[in-house]
Design a binder for this molecule. Sequence first.
Ligand code: ADP
Length: 210
Amino acid sequence: MRLIFLGPPGAGKGTQAHRVAEGLGIPHISTGDMLRANIASGTALGREAATRMNAGELVPDALVISMLAERITAADAAAGFILDGFPRNLAQALALETSSVGTIDRVVLFIVDEDEIVRRIDGRRGCNQGHTYHLDDHPPSQPGVCDVDGEPLVQRPDDSEVVIRNRLKVYRRETEPLIDFYDERGLILEIKALGPVQHITRQILDAVRA
Ligand code: ADP
């Protein structure tokens, strides 16, 4: 099954993509995570991406599209995948549509209002291995320390309030038009992304399997 998770930053796409991917036995492909891994390991791509990411702007299409194209043709993605954070604008959606990966089965659209988004992102913390928490909703057992690997928990540089506001602006301008794009193709599946994490996962799994 080939799925796209679409929705504003902070809607819980990453958390849900991880869980749904496990449920379906397909990889979770997050362009944001891939870019952060490039920054952490100091690649040329990471150096180019960092300034834009930290300002809440999009990384240039050419870089993201070639990074994704390589990942999506790996053996583990042959039976399907969940794309989280891609496509993020029309150019990326067209690149995906004209690529050789095959047709997308469903686009899961996360519905959540803006106050909730800011609350979620503001309280988000993570370790450098990618395990994420929320100060109120999903706190670690010991403050500031990852339960899984004992690493310190930090806030992402682009999760500060001023950068969040810019990410939301970029989302509305660049990414929101994709709702119509995929609606015209009959692929949109709306999910109200509020309430317990497990409940949302179940809703998504039931809907994509139906
Ligand atoms: P969120 O969805 O919470 O904003 P992500 O981890 O998906 O977080 O993305 C973080 C940042 O990575 C984005 O603000 C952007 O700078 C960059 N990025 C991720 N995916 C893409 C993409 N498909 N195209 C351009 N930039 C991207």
